[in-house]
Write a protein of this length. Structure first.
Length: 51
């Protein structure tokens, strides 16, 4: 996986952690917009690397 994606994997993991933290904060505050936007962005990154 690292050979195929290189540093993109580290960047993806970094943004995943940030999204997890911010998503938890947004969820507790009742803001579902951030969670929807983050899920869409992560799906776009996933789609780019899978297919």
């Amino acid at each position: 996986m690292i050979a195929q994606h290189g540093t993109d994997l580290g960047t993806f993991y970094y943004w995943l952690r940030i999204t997890n933290i911010r998503g938890t904060q947004a969820y507790r505050a009742g803001n579902a917009d951030f969670i929807r936007e983050a899920a869409l962005a992560l799906h776009n990154v996933y789609s780019r690397h899978v297919g």
